[in-house]
Design a protein around this ligand. Structure first.
Ligand code: NAP
Length: 246
């Protein structure tokens, strides 16, 4: 159970992040969700969280912007209390083969998917040091482990996130703070909704379990990694991919 814990989930208004936030709240955690610009989705998520009887609030914050993260982290700790669990989940894709990939496509994906995790972790670092406990969960991707044509920017960011997480895990181990990665495979969310039939059936044929995953599959593992009792796993990358990347 996560009763009384305070969790921050970036990108918690839709998809995987929303499933994680709802799962945390269902276990009694108070939850702050961060979103980029879709206020309607964030309001809906906030209402669904509040309906579970916990304290919850949606904060608009571009995780790629260091100063915004600094402001929001301060506001969250003032409004919801010290943070026990940080989930760096916000992510975007700008898929193109390298010859067609613009510099901005590369920079934007790195800024959100990798630097966003740094911005949030750095701004909550002293919070975790003071608490002498905590859970940091970073959502990477199997693409960061195996690469994918058309996703050089995304794969670089997700692989970078793994190195970042292992370093943070070592830095904070002495403070009883764990830092782990979840590497989802092919999960049904808005991010994968527009994939063409050919790509979709290629993936489905290559997933040993035979089907795409659900956001809840990721949320189940995030809730497990968030538990106080799960304090001896750190610096780990756990795939939730139906066997795709075995
Ligand atoms: P999604 O459905 O597209 O949702 C993305 C969420 O991130 C939204 O809440 C969005 O907010 C937020 N967001 C995007 N850019 C942001 C920014 N700069 N600052 C703050 N929030 C931002 O994505 P998803 O499929 O749930 O993916 C979640 C994470 O899992 C990502 O890191 C993704 O790379 C990873 N992942 C997904 C899959 C998959 O198959 N879906 C596989 C492997 C890894 P707005 O709604 O306001 O834009």
């Amino acid at each position: 159970m996560l009763k009384g814990k305070t969790a921050v989930v970036t990108g918690g208004s839709r998809g995987i992040g929303k499933a994680i936030a709802l799962h945390f709240a269902a276990q009694g955690a108070n939850v702050a969700i961060l979103y980029a610009g879709n206020t309607a989705a964030a309001q809906t998520a906030e209402e669904e969280l509040l309906a579970l009887g916990v304290r919850a609030k949606a904060y608009q914050c571009d995780v790629s912007d260091f100063e915004s993260c600094k402001t929001i982290c301060k506001q969250i700790t003032q409004e919801l209390g010290p943070v026990d669990i940080l989930v760096n989940n916000a992510g975007i894709v700008r898929d193109k083969l390298v010859p067609l990939m613009k510099e901005d496509d590369f920079d934007a994906v790195l800024a959100t998917n990798l630097k966003g995790a740094f911005n949030m972790t750095k701004n909550l670092y002293s919070n975790f040091i003071r608490k002498k406990s905590g859970r940091i969960i970073n959502i990477t991707s199997v693409v960061g482990l195996m690469g994918n044509p058309g996703q050089a920017n995304y794969a670089a960011a997700k692989a970078g996130l793994i190195g970042f997480s292992k370093s943070v895990a070592k830095e904070l181990a002495g403070k009883n703070v764990t830092c782990n990665c979840i590497a989802p495979g092919f999960i049904e969310t808005d991010m994968t909704a527009n994939l063409d039939e050919k790509t979709r059936s290629f993936y489905e044929q290559n997933i040993p379990l035979g089907h795409m995953g659900q956001a809840a599959d990721i949320a189940n593992l995030a809730a497990f990694l968030g538990l106080d009792a799960v304090g001896y796993i750190t610096g780990e990358v756990i795939r939730v991919d139906g066997g795709l990347c075995m």
